[in-house]
Ligand binder design. Structure first.
Ligand code: ADP
Ligand code: MG
Length: 399
């Protein structure tokens, strides 16, 4: 995939009607937005467009409406919050690309902003229906995609519309593609990837692809136990993907052939049972990775592993991290994840965090502002690390 895409700054937007796909998929509770982070993140692109005299038509999906219009998933709350943040009225249309949208779009003046209703109120959206793509395109002269979190989906508002309009990216996608694209295509070395999270099977293709690129691959979290099993260790009642043991063996061989250093836990924090509730009290002790008792499960990396992983991360010039090192939701089992987050925060390297839970962990633990880039898209950033072509990015004009 070509990562060098035109952005809003590379085209003339003045006086043009610009359809801008944002990620306004914000969490709500009882009709109120509980975090406006995604709306705030969209402001640089929206403000650029306004300041340069564009007529801005915003769109986004929110949640998963099943049968057309659903008042609980209306973007009206987003229009309100956005109006406050911009200090300017954001007109809200009653439909996605119908009569009301057409009328409001036609009335827009330079620098004004409107928002279409939740794109998924149209059944065609997730099917990338050509008629919906065309109707959306007919509202505008230019398409700007700034919804990285949806860029791995080929939907009408993320990709289909670009068949009919010149298409460029906004600042959010430009940043994601710039930093992650550079890391994957032309990283400063040593390049270290740290993978964790619950299961090997979630990240099979990521492991495989990263082995082609990195100097060191570190595996922690729940997925490490399948690798330990592949080494012939018994892992007690730890999380284990029985069907993936051979795959892990293959990956260990591949690492050896490629001269990639593969680091696995050398010690692990174990308990008799998974914490219930997840953040409840729990009794733990630390054992060597090849000495997990049969009646115990590994729930975090041990102290020696924390030092090993942190040292490897600190020696890097580029670090990509996806997936927590343990059950970080529990303070007793968060030490491995904290150690990795701390190592990244202390490092001079380009540090990139992708994946919903790892990003949340960085933020909760207070390291976010010392990481070069925290990806805004969980699924999208995983597909990026897999080396897949993301439809919402592939459809944009090359520089
Ligand atoms: P991300 O969203 O960053 O890609 P994942 O969704 O793959 O990460 O995994 C996150 C989950 O993995 C967390 O809920 C965490 O509790 C769990 N996890 C991490 N280590 C273990 C472990 N040793 N055993 C069970 N679950 C684990
Ligand atoms: Mg997750």
């Amino acid at each position: 995939m070509n990562y060098n895409k035109k952005s809003v700054e590379d085209v003339d937007v003045r006086g043009k009607r610009v359809l801008c796909r944002c990620d306004f998929n914000v969490p709500t509770k009882e009709g109120k937005i509980t975090s406006d982070k995604r709306i705030v993140a969209a402001l640089p692109t929206i403000n650029y467009l306004r300041e340069h005299g564009a007529r801005v038509i915003l769109c986004s999906h929110m949640g998963k409406p099943k049968n057309g219009f659903d008042p609980a998933l209306s973007l009206q709350v987003v229009a309100q919050r956005l109006s406050e943040l911009l200090g300017a009225e954001v007109k809200m249309s009653k439909d996605v690309a119908g009569e009301d949208s057409k009328r409001l779009a036609a009335e827009l003046k330079d620098g004004e902003v409107m928002l279409l209703e939740n794109t998924r109120f149209e059944k065609g959206e997730t099917k990338n229906d050509p008629a919906l793509s065309k109707a959306l395109a007919d509202l505008a002269d230019l398409f700007v995609n700034d919804a990285f979190g949806s860029a791995h989906r080929a939907h009408s508002s993320t990709a289909g519309v670009a068949e009919h309009l010149p298409a460029v990216c906004g600042y959010l996608i430009a940043k994601e593609v710039g930093i992650m694209g550079k890391a994957l295509a032309d990283p400063e070395r040593p390049f270290v990837a740290i993978l964790g999270g619950a299961k090997v099977s979630d990240k099979l293709n990521v492991i495989n692809n990263l082995l082609e690129k990195v100097d060191t691959l570190i595996i922690g979290g729940g997925m490490a136990y399948t690798f330990l099993a592949a080494k012939g260790y018994s892992v007690g009642s730890s999380l284990l993907d029985n069907e993936k043991i051979d795959y892990c063996r293959e990956m260990m061989q591949k690492a050896e052939q490629k001269g990639v250093k593969l680091l696995l836990p050398i010690d692990t924090v174990v308990a008799k049972a998974f914490p219930d509730p997840i953040d409840g009290p729990i009794e733990v002790h630390t054992v060597a990775a090849d000495a997990i008792p049969a009646d115990c499960m590994g729930l975090d990396i041990g102290e020696k592993t924390r030092e090993l992983f942190a040292a490897a991360a600190k020696s890097a010039k580029t670090v990509v991290w996806n997936g927590p090192m343990g059950v970080f939701e529990n303070p007793v089992l968060a030490k491995g994840t904290i150690a990795v987050a701390q190592a990244l925060a202390d490092s001079e390297a380009v540090t990139i965090v992708g994946g919903g839970d790892s990003a949340a962990a960085c933020e909760q633990l207070g390291f976010a502002d010392r990481i070069t880039h925290i990806s805004t898209g969980g699924g999208a950033s995983l597909e990026f690390l897999e080396g897949l072509e993301l439809p919402g990015i592939a459809c944009l004009q090359d520089k």
